[in-house]
Design a protein around this ligand. Structure first.
Ligand code: CP3
Length: 357
């Protein structure tokens, strides 16, 4: 057993009493930090950052040196899996992620195989163990993956920023081929997350960024079902510690009850839903993570503090809340505003936890 100096995040995810609401920020290591841009320039590019454990460790720790965050998140990307499957990930200037070999032909789809994480994704596992050493048990380390459907969107479209024409054509025209991709992805993600846990990740988070683009029926059949498959195969304990899981479906507010019943410990919320209403809908089933609109961070510290208070008040008394943004922090965020957010959460949340201790 390891003893964390600050295990507030783990306790909140398991709905155990805490003294204050823990906070971390989606994409907390990134371009809004000058020190991140400097390390990225030294590494050459974003992928070199991800693939070199020394650099990945350095940037994972950067936001923690600035702000008293309650968690670190592995610096990597959800697209490492399709890259390991041979699709040829690259980032073109200003266009985001692209694949050299998107999946279009039936024979390419049928040839897809689950990569062995201890070979093709060794660099991620090495980064996880190195980050754990560098953290020295200050705060827990969150490991993550994309969801099967979200990965499939990039694999089939070949890039982001599309209107899902290719993937939705496949979904409606050749559903059995999409199911084939999703099953391979789910098995690859389960092995990958379990390998991260064995290397030292203390929480497992699944990012379902594009599940919200589906109809209700398609969401159940093509996204949530495969998330459930992963959760059923995840290690729940490592070295005597429970490993909580978080599922974040952007745009998933309508399907909250179904997501909460998927077998996860916590559900991530985007900013479109009121967190108090979400809490009433899921009852005691899961913890909730979220859900400040990242654009609030463009306003003044006084406004940020007021918006933080609204979310804390809406969630109300007791544990089971991890404060976060409803999506990734913008590269145009002034870092001092992120500092104001963290301070507001830590200060204003204490009064909501007096009763629960
Ligand atoms: O939170 C963290 O600090 C961990 C790092 C992290 C990154 N990507 C680093 C990154 C995490 C958790 C991700 C997940 C990820 N990657 C998701 C799911 C979460 C979400 O935002 O919905 C998705 C969809 C991706 C795919 C991806 N990677 C996109 C669409 C982009 C371009 C976006 C942009 O902001 O330009 C990336 C690149 C990326 N991943 C960056 C970072 C810090 C920016 C790269 C750079 O330095 O140029």
């Amino acid at each position: 057993m390891t003893t964390l100096k600050n295990d507030t995040l783990l306790r909140a995810l398991l709905k155990q009493p805490v003294e204050y609401t823990p906070v971390w920020l989606m994409r907390q290591a990134g371009r809004y930090l000058a020190e991140y841009n400097a390390t990225r320039a030294r590494a050459g590019d974003f992928l070199a950052l991800c693939k070199t454990p020394d650099f990945a460790t350095e940037v994972t720790l950067q936001p923690l040196a600035r702000f008293p965050l309650d968690a670190a998140i592995l610096f990597s990307d959800i697209l490492t899996i399709p890259d390991a499957m041979g699709l040829g990930l690259y980032f073109s200037q200003g266009e985001g992620p692209m694949f050299k070999h998107p999946l279009r032909e039936e024979k390419e789809i049928l040839a897809l195989a689950v990569p062995d994480p201890s070979e093709k994704l060794r660099y991620v596992l090495d980064a996880v163990s190195q980050i754990r050493k560098a953290l020295d048990n200050r705060v827990p380390l969150i490991g993550f993956s994309g969801s099967p459907f979200t990965l499939a969107c990039y694999m089939v479209e070949g890039r982001g920023g599309t209107e899902f024409r290719e993937i939705k054509t496949l979904l409606y025209q050749r559903p059995e081929l999409l199911h084939h991709i999703l099953d391979i992805n789910a098995r690859a993600i389960t092995a990958y997350l379990n390998a991260q846990i064995e290397s030292g990740a203390q929480v497992a988070m699944i990012f379902d960024t594009w599940g919200g683009a589906l109809s209700q029926a398609a969401y159940q059949e093509f996204s949530l079902r495969y998330i459930q498959q992963i959760l059923a195969g995840l290690k729940r304990e490592q070295d005597g510690q429970r490993i909580p899981s978080i599922v974040f479906t952007k745009g998933g507010g309508l399907w909250l009850e179904a997501i909460a019943a998927s077998g996860c410990d916590a559900v991530g919320l985007d900013w479109t839903i009121d967190i108090g209403e979400a809490r009433r809908r899921v009852g005691d089933k899961v913890a909730l993570q979220g859900n400040l609109d990242p654009s609030v961070l463009f306003a003044s510290p006084a406004v940020i503090t007021a918006e933080v208070d609204k979310i804390l008040t809406s969630y109300g008394n007791g544990s089971g809340h991890v404060f976060n943004l409803g999506h990734g922090i913008s590269q145009f965020t002034p870092p001092e505003n992120a500092a104001a957010l963290v301070e507001a959460v830590h200060t204003l949340s204490r009064k909501f936890h007096i009763m629960s201790n």
